[in-house]
Design a protein around this ligand. Structure first.
Ligand code: INI
Length: 161
């Protein structure tokens, strides 16, 4: 790394930042664990409870439209989107998971609002449990960390911090 380079990066302090967590009710056994992980991540890094909004949607398919609406309102520093898409016997999985990923990516890239992708795409319930507080960690917590870093980075890039 150069000694002279100017490094611009975010930090993991959530104090003073505002977040929305959009969480799918489908597979709520998993998504509620992801939500608990995300809330743990935000509060442990200094985010005040009143600065966290939780918005529930029916399933992961519905995440992008709500993310776009919230992004357009510009009331948050970052959005954390949580869902669990678990493969079944039909191609339904591919449509729901694909649309959630594509849609959320488009919201981030077209609005400039950081969107953390905390949507599990798993082949089995066991894989999902592992990633929602089991041996694979908690992807809701991880998504919160990404959201905090990106929110902090965007504030810096915009000259607001
Ligand atoms: N939604 C999920 O979040 N995960 C799934 O695994 C899932 N499957 O398998 O069907 C799922 N479907 C519902 C979908 O997100 C929409 O809510 C529904 O199609 C109505 O628009």
């Amino acid at each position: 790394m150069s000694d002279n380079a100017r490094i611009i990066e975010g930090n993991l302090s959530a104090a003073g930042l505002k977040f929305a967590i959009i969480v799918a009710r489908f597979n709520s056994f998993i998504t509620e664990r992801l939500l608990a992980g995300a809330l743990d991540g935000l509060t442990r890094t200094g985010c005040a409870q009143p600065d966290i909004e939780i918005v529930r949607v029916p399933g992961s398919w519905e995440l992008p439209v709500v993310a776009r609406e919230l992004a357009s309102q510009k009331r948050h520093d970052a959005l954390i989107c949580l869902g669990a898409v678990i493969r079944g016997e039909t191609p339904h999985f591919d449509y729901v998971a694909g649309e959630a990923a594509k849609g959320l990516g488009q919201v981030a890239s077209t609005t400039g609002m950081p969107v953390a992708f905390g949507v599990l795409t798993c082949n089995s319930l066991e894989q999902a449990v592992d990633r929602a507080g089991g041996k694979g960690g908690n992807k809701g917590f991880d998504a919160a960390m990404t959201a905090i870093e990106m929110a902090s980075l965007m504030r810096r890039l915009r000259g607001q911090a």
